[in-house]
Design a binder for this molecule. Sequence first.
Ligand code: DC
Length: 222
Amino acid sequence: MAHSIAIDGPAGAGKSTIAKRVARALGYVYVDTGAMYRAMAVYLLQNHVSADDDAAVSAQCGGADITIRYSDGEQHVFLNGSDVTGLLRSEEVGSMASRCSTNRKVREKLVELQQKLAASEDVVMDGRDIGTVVLPHAECKIFMTADADVRAKRRCLELEQKGQSADMQKIAADIRERDERDKTREISPLKQAEDAVLLDTSDMTIEEVTAKILEIAGLTAR
Ligand code: DC
């Protein structure tokens, strides 16, 4: 059995930054499951499918062949053979990903892909339902949160560093809307697994959070 660390939490809590560092420290593969929902969102946007039309999303999502490959340790997501990694981080795609991730067929398809990856590799996997649904037997489960305003500030900083303009109020509103949708959806909502350790990263540095998870993983690893 491969080893696995599950990191769940809301948008902007710092999951991917931390998960990448933890994976590097342990020599595990980092799996960003949000990127898979984002690739599905790209497919649905390209095909002009409305996220509000659940039947249409169910009917169309089968046409998206999503695969993951790694080059130089970085995850690349392929949609029907094309590398779409560069298209995934926009707000439009993020919002569509959150909306289409409420669809049962979309989730079934992507959870299967995630479980296959984790069966053959030691992984640090981040998302919303990893500890609860995808890898319920993960040796180490972390539920990472941060205050919504702190998360909005981090996102603004990230955009500004990329030379893009950032409207703090709009970003904060989007984050709250996305949290609400991810937490209240019927299937696999964002929720702390009973055996997950809660980490509020609002006042912690990246180094502190990484060290804390490595410490927890050391205590619980088989
Ligand atoms: O982590 P992220 O912002 O890249 O994720 C984008 C959306 O995908 C998120 O709003 C909800 C959905 N998602 C999910 O439902 N389950 C996951 N395991 C990962 C992401």
